[in-house]
Design a protein around this ligand. Structure first.
Ligand code: MG
Length: 228
């Protein structure tokens, strides 16, 4: 039950904000900048290049800078365009922050739990981008503590990412902390590595392939109300 916890750690992407929506908006803008017409096929092509690169990053095979720039170099090469991957990425990330990306009821839920709990953001991503997205979607004022992997120096599920949190928030009793997120491999595994309770947002009813049980599994963020 939520009242058993003092601190709630929230993931951002596909927990509070709709990352696919953000990605879609940004991609459309980037294409327009290069005078390429948007089609679903174009977007699928981009995803088919981008997703494996991020998987390699998560496995530690590629560094972040390489992923961020080579995804666009590879994509635009399909259109015989030679671009600066780095410049494309800067532009793309500026577009990633625009538009309403809130998942249904996210702002209301955060407003509610902010009255009873200490809240923190725990996200793997680029600090400036994640900060701008929180700000543009009205979430920033609710979070005094924000942990973004590229600033922390470690990413979920690494235990050291969480060690930074305990240190910065002066948390000694981690049994009073719950992590809430959609990613089994990053949020839930990370929570387990850190020895805290976990709440998995699992709308598509994926199986738990981790070796430890998950404290709570819900279909949607709003289901947290049932844990009050
Ligand atoms: Mg997520």
């Amino acid at each position: 039950m939520l009242k058993n916890y003092k601190t709630l750690l929230f993931d951002i992407d596909d927990t509070l904000l709709d990352f696919k929506k953000a990605e879609h908006i940004a991609f459309k803008q980037l294409l327009a900048h290069h005078n390429i017409d948007y089609t679903d096929t174009t977007f699928q092509l981009y995803l088919s290049i981008n997703e494996p690169l991020w998987k390699d990053y998560e496995l530690g095979k590629l560094d972040r800078a390489t992923v961020l720039s080579s995804r666009f170099e590879q994509f635009f090469a399909h259109y015989q365009l030679s671009v600066s991957g780095k410049e494309c990425d800067i532009l793309y990330r500026s577009y990633l922050t625009i538009g309403n990306q809130l998942l249904d009821g996210a702002l209301e839920l955060i407003d509610t739990v902010s009255k009873t709990h200490q809240l923190a953001i725990v996200t793997n991503g680029v600090y400036d981008t994640q900060m701008a997205r929180l700000k543009n979607n009205g979430l920033l004022p609710y979070f005094k503590h924000i942990f973004v992997s590229d600033k922390v120096g470690f990413q979920k599920p690494d235990k050291r990412f969480f060690d930074t949190i305990w240190q910065e928030m002066n948390i000694t009793d981690t049994s009073s902390v719950l992590i809430i997120g959609d990613s089994l491999g990053a949020d839930i595994k990370g929570g387990q590595n850190a020895g805290i309770d976990t709440c998995w947002i699992n709308p598509t009813h994926q199986p738990n392939t981790l070796s430890h049980p998950i404290t709570y599994t819900v279909d949607a963020l709003q289901d947290l109300y049932t844990l009050f």
